[in-house]
Design a protein around this ligand. Structure first.
Ligand SMILES: [Zn+2]
Length: 234
């Protein structure tokens, strides 16, 4: 994918997932003029091995970290759904929240986790967030008889997103060049200090470079983030 989309919606299970999996892509696209909005599905309140930490305090810390990271990348808005970490479900309410975000922000491209990895286990929240994001894009956000209350109550028109890019797929088919954006991705990633206490920008950049080199295998570029692309007929 060479061109920069105009509008992008990133559906994120936990704080730090977006920076880790697509932070370079977000940085590159923002620099190219894209308007990017995050939808953070859970509060990340279980992501610690500190026995003294409470879920409430962790949720506050991680929300702040996520907002800082998004601001480093130039993300325009962060929608906080605040579902409990580990308890995401494919419900009418959650589908409506993602349909609402799509109809409101009208993305050309949606970035989210690949729900259908077969070669390795994957966090339940990642599977559910990816699947509900895809379902929300097609057909629910597109068809006016679904979630009619969004038009009736808020005037939100239907929207057809053109493309979904799933991060962390078994078999990637799309590579985004992040060569000029390793440092920005690293600065965003280290905002999540609760997940990697003491990690420096230099250390993060080193790890990101190594992984981006591997992800670029089979592409034309040296450093990439890799995705599986699904396109919808417009
Ligand atoms: Zn996660």
């Amino acid at each position: 994918m060479d061109e920069t989309p105009g509008r992008v919606l990133v559906v994120i299970p936990h704080p730090d997932d977006a920076e880790g999996w697509c932070g370079g892509t977000v940085a590159a696209w923002v620099k190219g003029g894209a308007r990017v909005v995050y939808v953070l599905c859970t509060d990340g309140s279980k992501g610690t091995d500190d026995p003294e930490m409470s879920p409430q305090r962790l949720a506050q810390i991680r929300e702040k970290e996520q907002l800082e990271a998004a601001s480093v990348l130039g993300v325009e808005d962060v929608v906080l759904l605040r579902h409990a970490d580990g308890e995401l479900e494919d419900t009418y309410e959650f589908r409506r929240e993602l349909v609402r975000a799509i109809r409101l922000h009208r993305p050309d491209v949606i970035l989210c986790p690949d729900p259908y990895r077969r070669k390795s286990h994957w966090h339940r929240d990642h599977r559910i967030a990816g699947q509900v994001a895809a379902d929300a894009a097609f057909p629910y956000a597109r068809d006016h008889l679904h979630f009619q209350e969004l038009y009736r109550d808020e005037g939100l028109e239907t929207h057809k997103a053109g493309t979904i890019l799933f991060w962390a797929p078994d078999t990637p088919d799309t590579h985004i060049d992040i060569g000029g954006h390793i440092d920005t991705k690293a600065r965003a990633l280290v905002c999540h200090q609760s997940q990697n206490p003491g990690r420096t920008v230099e250390q993060a950049a080193e790890g990101i470079s190594q992984r981006a080199r591997l992800s670029a295998a089979g592409s034309q570029v040296e450093y990439a983030e890799a995705f599986r692309k699904v396109e919808f007929r417009r």
